[in-house]
Design a protein around this ligand. Structure first.
Ligand SMILES: Nc1ncnc2c1ncn2[C@@H]1O[C@H](COP(=O)(O)OP(=O)(O)OP(=O)(O)O)[C@@H](O)[C@H]1O
Length: 246
């Protein structure tokens, strides 16, 4: 693993109005790697992603690929990262293939149509997530698990070095949860991507043989190696009454 940090955070402080949620946070993420971000509901996990995607002011220093985040107007549009928020919905019928191909948006002007190559890449991305059979289906009629695979296919087309996923296995059954985590593993090991994944799914983290854990409920959150021992310790901490008083 190289020592290059795709993301570094120094003395980050962020929150809302009178409420500071992220306090003096320091960490550096090597590329490629998998980072599981855990913590109690409301501890600031999504808030961290809002900072990293340029949606929330902060104090301290954040660098993406060595560049100061304050110098990057729209990190996703500039290709520094791709972001899958929680509970992404679509309010109109749309064919899955048309939704996936939108992952190519950075390669297009606003009004130019997607090319044959774009659609071939979309089909390949769908196939990689095991969703080739969904291509012609109406996205809004798919199950939650199928929809999540489609979002991941679209995200993979953005071809960013850093992926931010906010609870990608929320509401999925055990089969799809395992499948999503397996897919994220291949993004890291085969495609050399870096994945930051907010999750409450500690059971599935036990399967990771390498990566990092960032527990934002900890009094001094820091990157720890992701091992069965650290996951078990994080679970014990998060289940304790004392952790809620931190
Ligand atoms: N725009 C906002 N203005 C004020 N408070 C907010 C705003 N957005 C979120 N909050 C509050 O900040 C706290 C942290 O929210 P955040 O979404 O970061 O939590 P989280 O750790 O991702 O939680 P969960 O695990 O439940 O998704 C919550 O109490 C939330 O209500």
């Amino acid at each position: 693993m190289s020592q290059y940090s795709i993301l570094s955070v120094e003395n980050l402080v962020a929150g809302y109005e009178q409420r500071v949620l992220l306090r003096n946070l320091f960490f550096a993420v090597p590329e490629p790697s998998f980072v599981a971000i855990v913590g109690h509901n409301g501890c600031g996990k999504t808030t961290l992603f809002r900072v990293l995607t340029g949606q929330l002011p902060y104090s301290g220093t954040v660098r993406l690929g060595g560049q100061d985040l304050r110098q990057i107007a729209r990190p996703a549009a500039a290709g520094h990262l791709a972001y899958l928020p929680q509970r992404t919905t679509v309010g109109f019928p749309i064919r899955v293939r048309e939704l996936v191909v939108m992952g190519r948006y950075r390669h297009h002007g606003l009004l130019s149509a997607y090319s044959l190559l774009d659609y071939q890449l979309a089909d390949a991305a769908l196939a990689r997530v095991g969703g080739a059979h969904l291509a012609q289906r109406d996205f809004t009629l798919l199950s939650g698990g199928e929809q999540q695979l489609v979002w991941l296919a679209q995200l993979s087309l953005q071809d960013a070095p850093l992926y931010l996923l906010d609870e990608p296995t929320q509401q999925l059954d055990v089969y799809y949860r395992r499948r999503v985590f397996d897919l994220l593993t291949t993004w890291v090991t085969e495609q050399r991507k870096t994945v930051l994944c907010i999750t409450h799914d500690l059971d599935n983290l036990l399967a990771f043989s390498e990566g990092f854990l960032l527990n934002l409920s900890h009094p001094q959150p820091h990157l720890e190696p992701l091992t069965p021992t650290t996951v078990a310790a994080a679970r014990a901490f998060l289940e304790s009454e004392a952790s809620l008083r931190v």
